[in-house]
Design a protein around this ligand. Structure first.
Ligand SMILES: Cc1ncc(COP(=O)(O)O)c(C=O)c1O
Length: 380
């Protein structure tokens, strides 16, 4: 089956019991055994649930992986991946990753004995120089949040293979519609399904896709042991969202390209960050490894924090809100919102300035979006 068809038909669809076309929400914590020691395939919903299973199979197939797992949040998915490691292990991660990921690594997992190095993943020399005898994992996020930096995945995987490291990638921004990291040899794919996979801002969720039997068994064990799984209803919402993922992503991208081009020519804008622009320093790599550039556009305003503040106060169609990837357009201020948990010195070092705005370009009519940006940029 091809991508659009997998998005609608993967997993056990129609449902086995009555042939329901919309996957039933198996809103149950537990399942009656047929006999002592004999289940009907499910025993307890933390371990596995039929609604969750359809979602997990769908995401695994969309990513081209071995197995999928659905988590309560994107952070629960990431936390579970990090538990594949043990105290004393070292992880190399991108330096402008999602602020919550940075916080999980620095302020939570470090206390359990993991070590982290954050760096710009744009040259093999920089990555190789950071590898130590205890390095066990490369953590990639491409395009990155919020600066839309692009990592050459093939280059990172080659280094990882040479040094026997696991590679994990956060594929939230691109989605498997535009980027299939497993085709480049990545071992584990993580998602915040809260974003494009769900697409309607009505759920928080996460996912992991594995590529080997060993990783599949370990992630299944950890999900069950740690209890980080998603609820049946949340799985159903994400599953319904995924059915329209390919059409939504196409329109997100069309609108984002128009927004990026509009902002690029605006006198109040200092810089636009969008991998689809030829001026993006890694545009050629993005073009080679992705099928589309996505729906997120960041830009820096000329002036000070006050200028960014004024812009955010004036937007009307775009809502000032965290998160991204929904049908409705959102704007946010990384320095005080999604990346506030990063220390200011780190933010400044990597280029997340006080004048930076991140837009999640939605599916509204593009003329309304441009008109909204235009009136909000009329700075006085
Ligand atoms: C790239 C990325 N990864 C992970 C997460 C965390 O996901 P969640 O909010 O579902 O826990 C986010 C949330 O903003 C994100 O943008």
């Amino acid at each position: 089956m091809r991508f659009e068809t997998i998005a609608i038909h993967a997993g056990e669809r129609p449902d086995r019991t009555f042939g329901a076309i919309s996957t039933p929400i198996y809103q149950t914590s537990t399942f009656a055994f047929k006999d002592v020691g004999k289940t009907r395939g499910y025993d307890y919903s933390r371990t596995a649930n039929p609604t969750r299973k359809v979602l997990e199979d769908t995401i695994a197939q969309l990513e081209g992986g071995k197995a999928g797992f659905a988590f309560a949040t994107g952070m629960a998915a990431e936390t579970t991946i990090l538990h594949l490691l043990k105290a004393g292990d070292h992880v190399i991660a991108g330096d402008d990753i999602y602020g919550g990921t940075y916080r999980l690594f620095q302020d939570v997992m470090r206390a359990f004995g993991l070590e982290f190095t954050f760096l710009r993943m744009d040259s093999s020399r920089i990555i190789e120089d950071a590898i130590k005898p205890n390095t066990k994992m490369l953590w990639l996020e491409t395009p990155s949040n919020p600066l839309l930096n692009i990592t050459d995945i093939e280059m990172a995987v080659n280094i990882a293979r040479k040094h026997d490291l696991l590679t994990a990638i956060d594929n939230t921004f691109a989605t498997p519609c535009f980027l299939r990291p497993i085709e480049y040899g990545v071992d584990l794919v993580a998602h915040s399904t809260t974003k494009y996979l769900n697409g309607h801002c009505d759920v928080v969720g996460g996912a992991v896709v594995t590529t080997t039997d060993e990783l599949t068994q370990r992630v299944q064990f950890l999900l069950n042991a740690m209890g980080t799984c998603a609820s049946p209803f949340d799985c159903w919402l994400v599953l319904r969202g995924i059915e329209t993922l390919p059409v939504r992503m196409k329109r997100h991208e069309e609108n984002a390209i128009a927004v990026a081009n509009y902002l690029k020519g605006h006198p109040s804008v200092r810089r636009v960050f969008y991998p689809g622009l030829e001026s993006h320093p890694r545009h050629e790599i993005a073009k080679r490894q992705m099928k589309g550039f996505g729906g997120i556009v960041s830009f820096e305003l000329k002036g000070t924090f006050e200028v960014a503040n004024n812009f955010l106060r004036r937007i009307k169609v775009f809502a000032l809100a965290e998160s991204l990837g929904g049908v409705a357009s959102l704007a946010e201020h990384p320095a005080t919102m999604t990346h506030a948990s990063m220390p200011k010195e780190h933010r400044e070092k990597v280029g997340i300035t006080d004048e930076l705005i991140r837009l999640s370009v939605g599916l509204e009519n593009i003329d309304d979006l441009i008109e909204d940006l235009s009136q909000a940029l009329e700075l006085d």
